[in-house]
Structures are given as structure tokens and as C-alpha cells.
Design a binder for this molecule. Structure first.
Ligand code: AMP
Length: 170
């Protein structure tokens, strides 16, 4: 059983009224990090994806390790302006502000089973935008996997039609 108290809650970060779930405290505990990784890996195995995609930047704490362990290709989704080749882009609203994410146009073949990984499902805006980006590749299946779901923010509703897997929820 993963102990939610390993994640530090920082009030009013980055703006007043936001409860920020800071997973650096979990990453700093080798046993907790390993336990979380193994649980995510277990779920990923059951999904049987062809490719692992993760969101910059905290999705990178888990996504690449899952891809390596399952011997699958890894695809990064990055914030605007970071990817060097031609990209698809999506704008979206955050709990705190607006943002744009990108993926390389040659990131994957069409028709794959795709697993999208991130640390926290908050409002769901980021993951929804990522799913829109991934639809460009006409995946035959698209699932999402998060360490933590913040239920009050109803992110799951933004992802209707896509399976949502989470290890923890508050
Ligand atoms: P959202 O688009 O609102 O679901 O936000 C998801 C992304 O922002 C995730 O990549 C999280 O890393 C980060 N995030 C948003 N809100 C929080 C929060 N309250 N605590 C921790 N991370 C958050």
C-alpha cells in the first residue's frame, strides 16, 4: 500500500488557493519511489501498450523508466518551443494559467496502442490536450496513467472516452 503522506502538500503554490502535491518527497525516499514505480509498471503491463508517452516534466520521473522496463519506445510531449523538429501543438487551460504542448509529427506510427503517463491528474486540461495531440496518430487504443488524482478538480471528466488509471486519489 502506497502511503499518500510521502507526498508533501504545499499550500498556495504556485498561486494563492492552490494545494500543490509535491512528489519530490516521495522521489527522495527510495523505497516509496520504487513501490510507486513498480505499481505503475504493473498497471502499464496489463494495458499492453505499444508505446509510452509522458508529459513534461514530472511525467518523466516515471514514463521513461516504464518504457525501458517494458522495452517499448518512449515519446516525450514537451512545452512549447522545446522540440526541434516539426510539431503538432495544443493550447489548454491550467489550474493556474494557460499553456501549450507539442509532439513531434513523426513521434509514432498510426494505429498503435498508446499509454500516456503523468504524475498528477488535476483539472485534466493537460492530459486532455495530450490526448488531442495523440489523436493525430489515430491510435487504436489510448489509455492514461497517473500517480495521483485530485478528485475535487474533476479531471476524469475531461478524459471521457479514455481509460483513466490512478494509483492514489485524494
Ligand atoms: P491539470 O492540467 O490541471 O490536470 O494539471 C496537470 C499537470 O500540472 C500535471 O502535470 C501536474 O504535474 C501539474 N499540477 C497541476 N495541479 C497540481 C497540483 N495541485 N499539485 C501538483 N501538481 C499539479
Amino acid at each position: 500500500m502506497i502511503d499518500i503522506r510521502k507526498i508533501r502538500v504545499v499550500p498556495d503554490f504556485p498561486d494563492a488557493g492552490i494545494q500543490f502535491y509535491d512528489i519530490t518527497t516521495l522521489l527522495n525516499d527510495a523505497n516509496a519511489y520504487e513501490q510507486v514505480f513498480l505499481s505503475l509498471l504493473d498497471t502499464a503491463k496489463q494495458i499492453q501498450p505499444d508505446v509510452i508517452v509522458a508529459l513534461e516534466s514530472r511525467g518523466y520521473y516515471f514514463g521513461p523508466a516504464i518504457a525501458l522496463n517494458l522495452h517499448l519506445p518512449f515519446v516525450p510531449i514537451r512545452k512549447k518551443g522545446k522540440l526541434p523538429f516539426t510539431t503538432y501543438q495544443e493550447c489548454y487551460n491550467l489550474e493556474y494559467g494557460q499553456a501549450e504542448i507539442e509532439i513531434h509529427t513523426d513521434a509514432m506510427n498510426k494505429g498503435l496502442s498508446v499509454l500516456l503517463v503523468d504524475d498528477v491528474l488535476a483539472t485534466g486540461g493537460t492530459a486532455r490536450a495530450a490526448c488531442k495531440l495523440l489523436q493525430r496518430f489515430k491510435p487504436r487504443a489510448l489509455s492514461t496513467l497517473f500517480l495521483l488524482e485530485l478528485k475535487d478538480l474533476h479531471g476524469r471528466e475531461q478524459l471521457s472516452g479514455y481509460p483513466v488509471h490512478t494509483l492514489l486519489s485524494v
